[in-house]
Structure formats: structure tokens, C-alpha cells
Design a protein around this ligand. Structure first.
Ligand SMILES: Cc1cc2nc3c(=O)[nH]c(=O)nc-3n(C[C@H](O)[C@H](O)[C@H](O)COP(=O)(O)O)c2cc1C
Length: 192
């Protein structure tokens, strides 16, 4: 699989914003069962090896997982402050949970690469439920660093369109990359 033409622009933006830890935070929008939008911040965890799929991690108990099962279409909005550019990337989300044998090694690696603190959050009580006030609720022991807990989920976004807006430049620049019916990327420059 060849790298999509927008990958260079993302790589450059990541490099030029590497001093900002929050340049790896982006907003992921999904669609609720009632067709209303749902949106939240997630951490970009790199691209899945040898693919153009963006990697995220999440908890299978969170609301977004049910939304994705019903409607996999999603869009991320990613702003890089140092270079003042925005990428809006849309495509389908793929849930890689403990039942997914094909991509299990990617899920395993994602778990093993997490910090202890990040892993611990997956041992917390059910996200979104009424606050658990029992003394032991958030003081559980650290999960096994090698074996993911069942609710740990790798989330992949498989892009079909990338809208890149650069505020720098007089006038600004905007490019839209799309996958055509032959699964080839093409790019058009549009007005900002
Ligand atoms: C800076 C930041 C980073 C976050 N990173 C993640 C993440 O990588 N994965 C995740 O599932 N939630 C992450 N969250 C929490 C989500 O924004 C959200 O609150 C949670 O996933 C529940 O969302 P849902 O109810 O729509 O499923 C992050 C929140 C913040 C503020």
C-alpha cells in the first residue's frame, strides 16, 4: 500500500509542531443513533504500519463505540497551532477489540506502548455512568502491561477525504484530497 499524497503534509505538520504536546490531540466526530453529531478529543497514536489509517485508542464501554457500530462514518478535525493549518479527515472507523483476530497484534502493541497511567484508566469504573464514590473505585492495581484488558479497543480511521487548509499565505491555501473509484487519491486546489 502506497502512502497517500496528503501524508507528506501531515508528517510536516507533526514535525513542525513537535514542541506542542497538544498538537497530537484532535477532535473526532461521530454520529449518534438519533443522527445528531457527537464530538470529543482523542490522541493521535500514529498511523497503522504500512497503511494510511490513523490509530486511536478507546474504551469499548464508551458511548462512541456503540455509535461507531451503528454508523462507522466519522470525521476528525486537527489544528496545528505553530503552522496554523487544519486537516479535516473523513472516513470509516474500524473497531479492533479483543474479538478481532486479524488485527490483534496491532491492538496488543498499542496496549504495550501505553504508559502505566494511561493503562490504569481502562481499569476504572464504567465511563459515563454515575460517579462511583466507593473508596476502591479508582485505586485498582495496574493492569498487566503485556495483556490488554477486554475493554481496551484500538480504533482505526480509514480516510477517504482530507481537506487541508493553511491559514498562512496571502491568500490562504486549501486542498482537497479524495479517493476515486479506483482507490487512487487525487487532489484539487479550492478557494479557501
Ligand atoms: C486531551 C484529551 C485527550 C483524550 N484522549 C482520548 C483518547 O485518546 N481516547 C479516548 O477514548 N478518549 C480520550 N479523551 C476523552 C474523550 O474526549 C471523551 O471524554 C471520552 O472518550 C468519552 O467520549 P464518548 O462518551 O463520546 O465515547 C481525551 C480527552 C482529552 C481532553
Amino acid at each position: 500500500m502506497s502512502l497517500a499524497p496528503w501524508r507528506g503534509a501531515i508528517a510536516r505538520a507533526l514535525h513542525r509542531n513537535r514542541s506542542l504536546v497538544y498538537a497530537r490531540y484532535l477532535q473526532l466526530a461521530t454520529v449518534r443513533a438519533d443522527h445528531r453529531p457527537a464530538n470529543r478529543t482523542v490522541v493521535f497514536r500514529d498511523f497503522l504500519k504500512d497503511t494510511n489509517k490513523l490509530k486511536f485508542i478507546t474504551d469499548t464501554r464508551s458511548d462512541k463505540v456503540d455509535q461507531i457500530k451503528t454508523q462507522p462514518w466519522a470525521e476528525v478535525c486537527w489544528y496545528f497551532p505553530n503552522t496554523r493549518e487544519q486537516f479535516r479527515i473523513s472516513g470509516c472507523l474500524i473497531l479492533v477489540d479483543s474479538d478481532d483476530y486479524e488485527q490483534q497484534s496491532a491492538r496488543l502493541t498499542a496496549w504495550q506502548q501505553l504508559s502505566d497511567t494511561a493503562r490504569l484508566q481502562f481499569a476504572w469504573p464504567h465511563p459515563g455512568k454515575y460517579r462511583d464514590t466507593s473508596p476502591e473505585a479508582f485505586t485498582t492495581s495496574a493492569p498487566d502491561p503485556l495483556q490488554p484488558v477486554p475493554n481496551f479497543c484500538l480504533l482505526l480511521l480509514d480516510p477517504v477525504q482530507v481537506d487541508h487548509l493553511e491559514l498562512r499565505g496571502e491568500p490562504q491555501n486549501r486542498s482537497i484530497y479524495q479517493l476515486d473509484e479506483n482507490q487512487e487519491w487525487f487532489c484539487v486546489e479550492v478557494n479557501p
